[in-house]
Design a protein around this ligand. Structure first.
Ligand SMILES: Cc1ncc(COP(=O)(O)O)c(C=O)c1O
Length: 399
């Protein structure tokens, strides 16, 4: 009855843990939820008001498939003035979240067996989207010692004749690793030197505005304009403006790729909501000062958690440069037992144990790194302190 593809599709590890958390909380248990990747702030008021105005003004009809003219102009301006990427509204694709833009890019380009190179740990959805489109995920290994950063040497070794995409996500979900301009230029050199030229580069900048310690945001298409005919830069309003539910993401890329993606979108959902598009335009055109305030809050939360985690024996947590996740190395605890004698064979078992102890996290295996965990710190300081105490206590009981 069902397709071969659907049998290969695993439930999202994030959603699995989120659902178990919901059930535990509904069952009356006290659980600090660190599973979901969404800011805990409200959408800024002026953005909501723009949406209400859009309804009142009758902006409730179909828009162009690749987004309203006003929104694509605002996005092109953001890429040009904010990122230094030379583009026009024709280079822009707007989808129902960055996820749809990424999905359509892979669907438009992958043939069975084409390879997609992604530094691990990676956002779990990339793996599934590649698989759904009959591509082959080729993770490139990184280490906690190197802050989970891809090295130019590892990139060079990974590129081959079947490479169709390289994915660079900075700051990264789940590791928070961010690349400097110098690091990106080194990757650009590898790409230029390679004899294999038949591949695109997906640059996922969705966490652009959540970057710490004064690190300057850098993006490949601005640094290597000679490669821009092969780069799709993806971004969106979900994380920056706390607009996860509005479902607006966008990409900037070469015309032929954008046209192919638009052809697909025409038969999928036409476009994202006209009202959400008006709200996203208001987000990009309006005041930006809230971004800095929220960025500073995330940095404070990171520091709070890191300080406490640094005192937990056996837990090694590289310092993330951005986004709102920690990705601790928990391999020390693999094979240990809980007080009731349950063996923690892997990161899934460790996550289950932590949930029983009142903190829900996502197993690192879902992000291509078994033995690690991902914790989202998009929650209040008070909850983070409670979570850190519970984790310290739970890990302290293992033997
Ligand atoms: C790395 C990364 N890229 C893209 C997205 C897509 O976000 P959205 O579809 O809400 O724009 C997410 C969301 O979690 C993400 O973590």
């Amino acid at each position: 009855m069902f397709s071969e593809m659907i049998a290969t599709l695993r439930p999202s590890p994030i959603q699995v843990m989120a659902e178990r958390t919901r059930q535990a909380i509904q069952g009356g248990r006290s659980v600090v939820d660190m599973t979901l990747g969404e800011p805990d702030f409200p959408t800024p008021q002026h953005i909501g008001e723009a949406a209400v105005r859009a309804v009142a003004e009758g902006q409730t009809r179909y828009t162009p498939i690749n987004g309203s003219t006003r929104l694509r102009e605002a996005i092109a301006r953001k890429f040009r003035d904010g990122n230094g990427i030379d583009c026009s509204p024709a280079n822009i694709s707007v989808g129902c979240g960055g996820k749809q833009v990424i999905y359509q890019a892979f669907l438009a380009t992958l043939n069975p067996g084409d390879e997609v190179l992604i530094p691990a740990p990676y956002w779990a959805s990339y793996a599934d989207i590649v698989g759904m489109n009959r591509g082959v995920l080729k993770p490139i290994g990184t280490t906690p010692e190197a802050g989970y950063a891809l090295s130019p040497e590892a990139l060079e070794a990974a590129i081959g004749p079947r490479t169709k995409w390289l994915v660079l996500n900075s700051p990264s979900n789940p590791s928070g690793t961010a690349y400097t301009a110098a690091q990106l230029m080194a990757f650009a050199d590898v790409i230029r030197r390679s004899v294999h030229r038949n591949f695109f580069i997906l640059v996922d900048d969705i966490y652009e505005h959540i970057l710490f310690d004064g690190i300057c945001f850098a993006t490949l298409a601005a640094l290597a304009p000679d490669l821009s005919g092969r780069i799709l830069t993806v971004n969106g309003v979900s994380k920056a403006y706390a607009m996860t539910g509005w479902r607006v993401g966008y990409g900037c890329g070469p015309l032929a790729l954008i046209d192919a993606m638009t052809k697909i979108q025409m038969q999928v959902n036409s476009h994202t909501s006209s009202i959400s598009q008006a709200a996203a335009a208001a987000a990009l055109e309006g005041p930006q000062d809230e971004l800095e305030r929220r960025r500073a809050i995330f940095q404070g939360r990171r520091d709070l958690l890191l300080a406490r985690f640094g005192t937990i024996p056996g837990l090694r947590t590289p310092k993330p440069e951005g986004a709102f996740y920690l990705f601790p190395d928990c391999r020390h605890f693999m094979g240990q037992s809980t007080p009731d004698g349950t063996l923690l064979a892997d990161d899934v078992a460790l996550s289950s144990y932590l949930l029983d102890e009142g903190v829900s996290v996502v197993p690192g295996s879902g992000f291509g790194m078994p033995g690690f965990l991902r914790l989202s710190y998009a929650t209040s300081d008070e909850m983070l302190r409670l979570a850190a105490e519970r984790i310290a206590c739970a890990l302290g009981k293992l033997s």
